[in-house]
Design a protein around this ligand. Structure first.
Ligand SMILES: [Zn+2]
Length: 468
């Protein structure tokens, strides 16, 4: 926690001290704005006052764990509290050192629960942003607040407490179980596994694996999962069909240490877990050099990815890896499919590509076309790194459709800035597409010739950078 000014306690009375503690360190007597972030997922930029009246401030984004060796493009997240905010006076908040060059609108809240976007007219991305020169990337918010305490964040926060509250809200369901795969290395927080199925149905089933929040402040997938889980638990035709056909294995928060610390991408040791699925061919177990969080998901003969990978009673068919991507505001959610239809790819590689395109098309059709068109070719670059998809391919090839989904932060295909409920409805679309997996035509669609379900123009550039 860092305050905008140093507090001196020389002759302060106990009462003043209590006030200071109550306001997280703010100097109430001086009536000056005080910024803090002493709460879960809080991340306080480096604050600099830009004028004498206290109405203009620079807020320079920090690296995860203040680790300046991390790439510039890891810098995305902040989540702060401001006290003593002058009500109805226009403030200028200049967020600098952004790790991406796209226009966006941050969110604010007066109660840490109900979040609102700033008015787009009050938010300006300064021209000339070059992420390699971080001080050139600045977003200025000029806004009046109606309350003297306000929380401001890059996007809707979703903490371990939010997850606990959600899980508590569905804990009465007879179809859902929550277990702990292991404890996170820094805070020893549970890395949980949600299992959903209908235990009374003994038909042959298939397993769906989903994990999220590898990149700790990529919050969109948490709302997607809430929508998907509600759909799977619902007492309606879709919910019943899903529970009878499938066993859902969902890890909702892969990197709780990063979530608590307010990191954007890395864990408490500044490790990017996403490309650290270190494995050797011939063994399903990750190397002992892999980060603990990944070895926990990797599991063993009775829990985690290894156990479901070996399960012949309920073979795993789909493995979704959920993320969020900084993008142009009109970029909708998108997938990173692998390989392609070209003859240079083997039969199993082409088969994975076909399955992935069919799934992408299905999600688009259930989400009113608000999914980006797939690339013309996915390529095989993922085989040269240690992504979870690399592990799935090494172990199961085209038997498992392992694919990354990126939600986005902007309008994302809507006519408004995307809301938590819009993200939840993407989760419902995923549930419907999973229900379609066993339709007779699934996997055989020639999607390249059937692009009518995608309502957005093709944007090849989103596939020309590595997954975020
Ligand atoms: Zn990510």
């Amino acid at each position: 926690m860092i305050m905008s000014r140093r507090i001196t306690l020389s002759a302060c009375s106990v009462l003043i001290l209590i006030f200071l503690i109550t306001l997280g360190g703010c100097s109430v007597s001086e009536n000056e704005i005080c910024f803090s972030a002493d709460f879960e997922s809080g991340n306080l930029p480096v604050i600099k006052q830009l004028d004498k009246t206290g109405s203009a401030w620079e807020l320079a984004l920090r690296d995860d764990n203040n680790n300046t060796s991390l790439p510039n493009n890891f810098r995305t997240w902040w989540y702060l509290r401001a006290d003593n905010v002058p009500v109805q006076k226009k403030l200028s908040l200049e967020f600098s050192r952004l790790g991406f060059p796209y226009y966006f609108v941050p969110v604010y809240s007066y109660d840490q629960k109900n979040w609102h976007y700033f008015d787009e007219n009050d938010v300006e991305l300064m021209s000339g942003c070059n992420v390699r020169e971080p001080d050139t990337c600045r977003l200025v918010v000029r806004a009046r607040f109606t309350e003297s305490t306000v929380w401001i964040a890059r996007s809707f926060p979703y903490t371990t407490r939010d997850l606990a509250a959600f899980l508590s809200s569905v804990s009465e369901s007879p179809y859902l179980q929550v277990t702990t795969l292991g404890q996170s290395p820094h805070f020893q927080r549970p890395i949980q596994l949600i299992t959903i199925t209908d235990p009374a149905t003994h038909l042959p089933k298939q397993t769906i694996w989903i994990h999220a929040r590898t990149h700790s402040a990529e919050v969109g997938p948490s709302f997607v999962l809430e929508g998907l889980i509600h759909a799977v638990l619902a007492e309606d035709a879709l919910g019943r069909a899903l529970r009878q056909q499938f066993i859902f294995n969902i890890v909702p928060m892969h990197n709780p240490d990063g979530v608590i610390l307010g990191n954007y991408r890395t864990n408490a040791s500044s490790v990017n877990l996403e490309n650290s699925w270190l494995f050797n061919f011939g063994s399903p177990y990750l190397s002992s050099a892999a980060p603990l969080e990944n070895r926990i998901l990797n599991g063993n003969e009775t829990a985690g990815m290894v156990s479901i990978m070996k399960d012949r009673q309920a073979p795993v068919v789909l493995a979704l890896n959920l993320h969020s991507s900084n993008s142009d505001p009109d970029t909708a959610a998108f997938f990173f499919p692998h390989f392609g239809s070209d003859a240079k790819y083997s039969a199993s590689e082409q088969n994975l590509w076909r399955q992935q395109l069919a799934f992408i098309k299905s999600v688009a059709s259930h989400f009113d076309g608000r999914v980006e068109q797939p690339p013309l070719e996915g390529g095989s670059l993922f085989l040269t790194s240690y992504y979870p998809e690399s592990w799935w391919w090494a172990n199961k090839e085209d038997a498992v459709n392992a694919i990354t989904l990126e939600t986005t932060y902007g309008r994302a295909g809507f006519d408004h800035w995307i809301t938590q409920d819009d993200l939840r409805s993407l989760g419902v679309a995923l549930a419907k597409s999973i229900n379609d997996l066993n339709l007779p035509h699934s996997g055989n669609l020639n999607v390249a010739n059937e692009l009518s379900v995608f309502r957005l123009p093709f944007k090849p550039e989103i596939y020309q950078r590595p997954p975020e």
